[in-house]
Design a protein around this ligand. Structure first.
Ligand SMILES: *[C@@H]1O[C@H](CO)[C@@H](O)[C@H](O)[C@H]1NC(C)=O
Ligand SMILES: *[C@@H]1O[C@H](CO)[C@@H](O)[C@H](O)[C@H]1NC(C)=O
Ligand SMILES: *[C@@H]1O[C@H](CO)[C@@H](O)[C@H](O)[C@H]1NC(C)=O
Length: 637
């Protein structure tokens, strides 16, 4: 600045005052940015980001004006017309161009349309792992104007039925390997008159029909547009299930408008048609389906689709397919960093990793080991109305508070009482904003451009996510359920999740759902379920404090079989602690804070402690030696 001042001409010596003004003006546009850059190092990134936001907004608005209406499917058809022969989906030994994908989805749509148990527009539940048929079927249903419920293929019995019912589907399309899971709930489905189609050429079970044979015979002729003419922007496009704070999973409604905005998920991060995307996250979740699949449609990229994540195949796949963009969740990064080092760790073309939940230390280790890969950490939830992107690449942050962003999507952090599990309110009954640097609950105002659509058939759960009288009497916010912190440079950091869910292996676990399952076993009376942290692992692992029914014995093997039957592996409590009575607080709320603190440490807990052992197929007593091995990282959970 001193240097600048000296170099400016003395006004009195300048013959033409306007020349002076011009030179001051030139100096300021050349110099001020540098000054700003030292004062506010992220200002350029903020400006670029705001530019991106604006560009996305303009594109979105112009698409919304198109007639006939323009949906995600139309973008797919545009891409198919633009590069028909470009590979779109590569899976195992299969290889589908954009045209192939279009043809397969036409075949699927035609086969469905000629089935008497289905009418265009019906809601269809898709129960399938990651495979091309998942994507073909979704596109087919988009062509037929049907909303699709994306069922988690790990769920069974009661949860499966619940998820199926809450989107009011009347057709179920299931992968052939999930036949048994469908048979488990078959009587209830038949009673409701559900059409059940299994992706197999032949099926003997009464009530289940084979579908692959019909698919093979179907024609790939175009589907007339009028089949989807009833679709509006508010129509549900997909239902994605999220674990609730209470009870069973909830179906978040993703409407056509939201899906259209979601197109920008990858392109806004610089992904283009020359990129190759590695999609190894489940397609029934937002990360896989919306970011990976819908995002690739907008960019016109190639997808390398994997059944599931494999740390040992990850880099070999990236090299084989020239992958440039990978998706992650925190666990993925950690697993990749814990594989044995090899000489060719940096030999690949990956330039961008996009996802959420990577810890600062793992982030550093990842880029040190695997080379110069840009990490785009973001924060978003399927149903939420607020999201962040860490476009500045600040290690450990999930995003940045940006003036314009906050104007468009007013959000704030409010003080939260973790013991009582509710926001702190002042004498007027209003919430209290957390000062900068403090941890608070993220809440975001519900507005026309930041709507909260809620959950299908579940007004009660929808209402629970709404928070009223936050900063003013009568206002309405979305309660994210996530505790955050904003630092002095305006970076925002994820701290913890509140309430009755925790995350393990990238999945949300609803504690009440698990305790419901535990208490329908023969010998348990009450169960208080919570997540505990384990060094070297992301998220929290499940633990239950239980009481045993009078006159009954804790039978580790029976509980094990019960839990395995009813719960997906990530939701099974790894540790069980047996108490004489479940402790309650003054408000009769189950007391979790102390339990969480005591964790599964046999040195601190007098109660009998058990650990789930998959080899023994039982819950066996937890010995302190095993505890030490878990803490030191010799046993991975
Ligand atoms: C996919 O198949 C096409 C034609 O069958 C071939 O040209 C292309 O190289 C294949 N792509 C990959 C990545 O295997
Ligand atoms: C498949 O259907 C779409 C419209 O739904 C159409 O544009 C396309 O030409 C069809 N493909 C073939 C191979 O007929
Ligand atoms: C990957 O890139 C290399 C070099 O650019 C090229 O020779 C190879 O064919 C590419 N492989 C695939 C599967 O596209």
């Amino acid at each position: 600045w001193i240097h600048i001042k000296q170099s400016l001409p003395d006004p009195l010596c300048v013959p033409f005052p306007h020349m002076y003004l011009i030179s001051v003006f030139l100096a300021s546009i050349l110099i001020i940015p540098f000054g700003l850059k030292t004062l506010f190092p992220y200002v350029w990134m903020d400006i670029l980001y705001f530019g991106d936001l604006l560009r996305i907004l303009v594109k979105f608005v112009s698409r919304r004006r198109r007639r006939p209406s323009f949906f995600v499917l139309d973008r797919f058809l545009e891409q198919t017309a633009a590069h028909p022969d470009k590979p779109f989906i590569l899976f195992e030994n299969e290889n589908y161009s954009y045209t192939d994908t279009d043809k397969w989805s036409n075949k699927t749509a035609n086969a469905l349309q000629s089935h008497p148990g289905y009418k265009p527009g019906d809601t269809v539940a898709l129960f399938m792992g990651n495979e091309p048929a998942f994507l073909f079927t979704w596109l087919a249903l988009a062509k037929l104007g049907s909303p699709v419920a994306l069922l988690n293929h790990n769920i069974r019995t009661k949860s499966l039925l619940h998820c199926f019912n809450c989107c009011k589907a009347n057709v179920l399309i299931a992968a052939s390997e999930l036949k048994e899971a469908v048979e488990d709930v078959l009587p209830s489905l038949i009673e409701k008159g559900v059409t059940i189609l299994l992706m197999t050429k032949h099926c003997d079970t009464p009530g289940i029909e084979s579908f692959s044979d019909k698919l093979d015979k179907a024609s790939d002729t175009p589907l007339p547009r009028f089949l989807r003419s009833h679709i509006a922007y508010k129509s549900p496009a997909v239902y994605i299930y999220t674990s609730g704070t209470t009870g069973l999973p909830k179906a978040a409604v993703v409407n056509q408008n939201r899906l259209l905005t979601a197109l920008a998920a990858l392109s806004s991060n610089g992904v283009t048609s020359s990129d190759v995307i590695y999609l190894n996250l489940p397609l029934y979740h937002t990360a896989g389906f919306i970011i990976g699949f819908i995002g690739s449609i907008e960019a016109g990229s190639t997808i390398i689709l994997k059944r599931k994540f494999s740390a040992s195949q990850f880099w070999d796949d990236c090299r084989k397919y020239n992958v440039t963009v990978v998706q992650y969740i925190g666990e993925v990064m950690r697993y990749l960093c814990s594989t044995p080092k090899t000489e060719n760790d940096k030999d690949h073309k990956v330039r961008l990793a996009i996802g959420n939940g990577v810890r600062a230390e793992i982030w550093r280790e990842f880029v040190n080991r695997f080379g110069d890969i840009q990490i785009r950490e973001f924060y978003a939830s399927t149903e939420g109305n607020v999201g962040f992107v860490n476009y500045a690449g600040k290690i450990g942050a999930i995003g940045r508070v940006h003036f314009f962003h906050q104007k468009l999507f007013p959000f704030t952090l409010i003080k939260y009482d973790t013991e009582r599990d509710e926001p702190i309110r002042d004498a007027n009954g209003l919430c209290v904003e957390s000062p900068k640097g403090d941890t608070g609950l993220l809440v975001s105002k519900i507005t026309d451009i930041a709507p909260f659509v809620g959950y299908a058939q579940n007004e009660d759960q929808t209402e629970r996510k709404r928070l009223r009288n936050v900063l003013k009497k009568g206002d309405l916010y979305f309660n994210s359920g996530d505790l955050m912190r904003i630092d002095k440079d305006n970076f925002i950091y994820f701290q913890d999740r509140v309430g009755d869910t925790f995350r393990w292996k990238g999945e949300n676990v609803a504690t009440n759902e698990v305790s419901d399952i535990l208490t329908i076993s023969d010998c348990l009376k009450e169960a208080n379920v919570y997540g505990v942290q384990v060094p070297g692992h992301e998220g929290r692992i499940g633990m239950a404090a239980v009481t045993v029914k009078e006159g009954a014995q804790f039978d580790g093997s029976r509980i094990y079989h019960h839990v395995v039957n009813y719960l997906p592996s990530y939701a099974r409590p790894r540790f069980i602690r047996i108490q004489n009575a479940v402790e309650v607080t003054g408000t009769f709320k189950q007391m979790k804070v102390k339990l969480v603190e005591e964790s599964f440490d046999p040195g601190r807990i007098q109660d009998p402690l058990y650990i789930l052992d998959d080899k023994e197929k039982s819950y066996i007593p937890l010995r302190s030696q095993v505890y030490s091995s878990i803490i030191s990282g010799n046993i991975k959970l």
